[in-house]
Design a binder for this molecule. Structure first.
Ligand code: CAA
Length: 697
């Protein structure tokens, strides 16, 4: 028997305990062990019931994702589940922690299911670009009805034990030890004379309009295809017998397994976990952080304070005057009211946060005891230096001093203090209590334990933290600046902002770059352009000024009601602003450009090539340690479609040599902008991919 399954007897019950830490993934050895365990129980004299229970944190977290993309190994999960279901013994699942994907499907193959109140179940395969592939689409709706089953499968969300019980997925909820509960339940079933009860034998619930559901799900999924295929898989259970339904499910599962979407989503799954795990910080202990200060209570400062308060930290928020302090408190209270409404905190926690965890202060001298400070004041080097001078004066030794700057030089800021080793960048994304991304900017002199503290804080705040080195814009804004420039060049040459947004939204971006600019505020880009011009643009760089004219007329995007789009009908009902195209035409005329047409395909290709090329420079220069760090920054901070994995995973999938050839061809007309990244050139020359670099660590 596999060492992943412990077999024991408890009277006439055989107990199969699964031991595959950390989360009992259903690896080949686990599947083999379960198969052997059931077979042994059936031959074990006196055994009348089998209990399957997980050791450690979970029942089962599902199929072993590390086995995906490799040749399948016997015993296959669907066969194992059929075997369990066909057993003449009563088979009971006792569930705790999570039962996800194949894990829930194993439970559905058991005849009876009991769970502790904290247990959670779900079929998250769509998040991996797949559908449930071990009978989930053939069994679940027989317990819950089609609508609820589709909701579970197409959203991939986890549901709690109480809801699962209400839906008929779980038969019993009982608090206590899962093994003891399972044994007691099995004993009771035996006393009651219960018989095996295969879910596959239950009658089918009422059918639905399959084509309508397929189309509606496809439309909701923004380019991702697997949710809609859950509909077709369930539909198959109505068209033939159970065995044929399973075959149809398996075919869809394997077809999806071959897709780029599956590759992109599995890359995202592992990268999301790897991004905060830096080899260089292994074993480096972070400094303890329980009490922080935020300097500045504008939208960003208030958002950061909210995130920290929601994570249970004490926060001193420093503003310049009692009035500004009051305005900051109101912003935070507004954010917290949203959290209360969404059930993230209860009334008592809400009151504690506002009445004691948050303190608004106006004097730096009150910050002597804080463990970490995040400065979120105006983006001006002199202002930041003044703040850090004060922090250096008042903060205790060992306090971590962080700047939330989006692009300023952290080395320069650190150099104004007597303790540059304690200084780093913590770049949040607005609204900071909602957006998942945090760039941890490690400056030349940042001490390893200070960098580790940045990551620990990110984790405490529920963020995806990526390490970035110092450069203008760090990882995300630097790459954004390049692909946004590429979009502006296409506009000069003949494309419209609306065609570009539409093409990129069809590619899968949550919003096109011009809609994003309207959301962020056109004044931000305007300030950056003015700064770059003041620093002196290279004579070979193409510049655009049409957007400056919008700003000069007071149109800053959504916050003023007009930008590239007109928002008179509300933020979601955008229509093109009729002033924009004439401004663009005037600029083309002034620059002597004869506009040409672009296909949507060319727009996407150029935009993505510029993004990948800059990303390769960011990795090549060590600003990002690994390609996966760039991928996660774009995914969690810039609306890049998760099912494409990130720009560098996308580049690997479409082929680096083709991209490099395109970049070289684009360079014929603009050699300054389209300078191939040395790393991209090297990878193509050596026949390697970005993912190879991820594996090298
Ligand atoms: N296979 C392989 N490894 C897995 C895994 C799985 N199904 N689930 C989690 N892990 C690994 C993680 O990669 C991580 O490894 P490292 O420590 O080396 O980074 C470790 O287990 C712990 O995971 P988390 O850090 O995510 O821990 P958590 O407590 O935050 O979350 C979890 C636990 C809720 C189980 C989460 O890991 C999760 O959602 N896992 C994926 C579940 C899933 O998608 N299951 C469906 C699989 S597809 C399937 O089953 C297809 C089918 O129908 C046959």
């Amino acid at each position: 028997m596999s060492d992943k399954i412990a077999y024991s007897r408890h009277g006439d019950i055989a107990v199969l305990s699964v031991q595959n830490p950390p989360v009992n993934a259903l690896s080949q050895a686990v599947r083999q062990g379960l198969l052997d365990g059931v077979t042994r129980a059936e031959g074990d004299t006196g055994v009348r019931a089998v209990l399957i229970v997980g050791e450690g944190r979970a029942f089962f977290a599902g199929a072993d994702i590390t086995e995906f993309g490799k040749p399948p190994m016997e015993p296959y999960l669907p066969d194992l589940i059929n075997r369990i279901e066909a057993s003449p013994l009563i088979v009971v699942a006792s569930m705790h922690g999570v039962s996800l994907g194949g894990g829930l499907e194993v439970a559905l193959g058991c005849h009876y299911r009991i769970a502790v109140p904290s247990a959670r179940v779900g079929l998250p395969e769509v998040h991996l670009g797949l559908i449930p592939g071990a009978g989930g689409t053939q069994r679940l709706h027989r317990l819950t009805g089609v609508e609820a089953a589709l909701d579970v499968m197409t959203t991939g969300r986890q549901i709690g034990a109480a809801k699962a019980h209400e839906l008929g997925i779980i038969d019993e909820i009982r608090d206590g030890d899962p093994r003891d509960n399972g044994i007691a339940y099995a004993e009771q079933l035996l006393v009651d004379g219960a018989a095996p009860r295969p879910v596959s034998g239950l009658p089918l619930p009422a059918a639905i309009d399959w084509d309508g559901a397929f189309e509606a799900t496809l439309a909701r999924s923004k380019g991702q295809i697997s949710p809609a295929w859950c509909v077709r898989a369930i539909q198959a259970s109505y068209e033939n017998d159970f065995a044929e339904g399973l075959k149809a499910e398996r075919k869809i599962f394997f077809d999806l397994m071959q897709t780029d979407q599956r590759k992109g989503m599995i890359h995202a799954f592992f990268s999301e976990r790897a991004v905060g795990n830096l080899p260089e910080l292994k074993g480096v202990a972070p400094r303890p952080v329980a009490h922080i200060a935020v300097i500045g209570g504008g939208t960003m400062g208030a958002g950061i304070a909210t995130a920290a308060l929601l994570a249970g930290l004490r926060v001193h928020l420093l503003e310049m005057s009692p009035e500004a302090g009051e305005a900051a408190r109101e912003r935070i209270a507004g954010n917290l009211a949203g959290a209360l409404k969404r059930g993230k905190i209860n009334d008592e926690q809400h009151a504690t946060i506002l009445n004691s965890a948050l303190q608004i202060v106006t004097s730096y001298d009150t910050l002597a005891e804080v463990d970490l400070v995040i400065e979120a004041v105006f983006e001006d080097m002199e202002v930041k230096k003044a703040v850090f001078g004060e922090l250096d004066r008042v903060c205790k030794p060992g306090a971590v001093l962080a700047s939330n700057t989006s692009y300023l030089d952290i080395n320069e800021i650190a150099a104004t203090t007597s303790r540059p080793g304690d200084v780093l960048g913590l770049h949040f994304f607005s609204p900071a209590h909602v957006m998942k991304l945090l760039e941890v900017v490690v400056a030349d002199k940042t001490a390893p334990e200070v960098a580790a503290t940045g990551f620990a804080l990110g984790k405490a705040l529920g963020k995806i933290s990526a390490r970035a080195g110092v450069c203008d814009g760090f990882i995300g804004n630097r790459i954004l600046s390049t692909y946004r420039t590429c979009a502006d060049h296409m506009i000069l040459d003949g494309a419209s902002p609306y065609q570009i947004d539409t093409a990129l939204e069809a590619f899968g971006f949550a919003m096109g770059p011009f809609a994003v600019a309207d959301l962020a505020g056109l004044d931000i880009g305007w300030a950056v352009r003015k700064r770059k011009r003041a620093e002196g643009l290279d004579s070979r760089a193409r510049d655009t000024t049409y957007a400056d004219k919008l700003c000069e007329d007071g149109h800053f995007g959504q916050k003023t009601g007009k930008g590239y789009y007109d928002y008179a009908g509300g933020a979601r009902a955008r229509v093109p602003n009729p002033d924009v195209l004439p401004l663009i035409e005037a600029e083309r005329a002034a620059q002597g450009i004869t506009p040409r047409t672009f296909t949507d395909e060319e727009i996407v290709r150029r935009y993505m090539a510029s993004m990948v090329n800059e990303a390769a420079k960011v990795v090549g220069e060590g600003i990002a340690r690994r390609p996966l760090d760039v991928d996660m920054v774009l995914l969690f901070g810039y609306g890049f479609p998760r099912y494409r994995g990130g720009p560098l995973k996308w580049a690997d999938i479409v082929g680096l040599d083709g991209l490099l050839s395109d970049i070289k061809a684009y360079a014929d007309t603009d050699p300054y902008f389209w300078q191939p990244a040395p790393l991209l050139t090297e990878l193509v020359a050596t026949g390697r991919t970005f993912d190879d670099l991820n594996k090298e660590g």
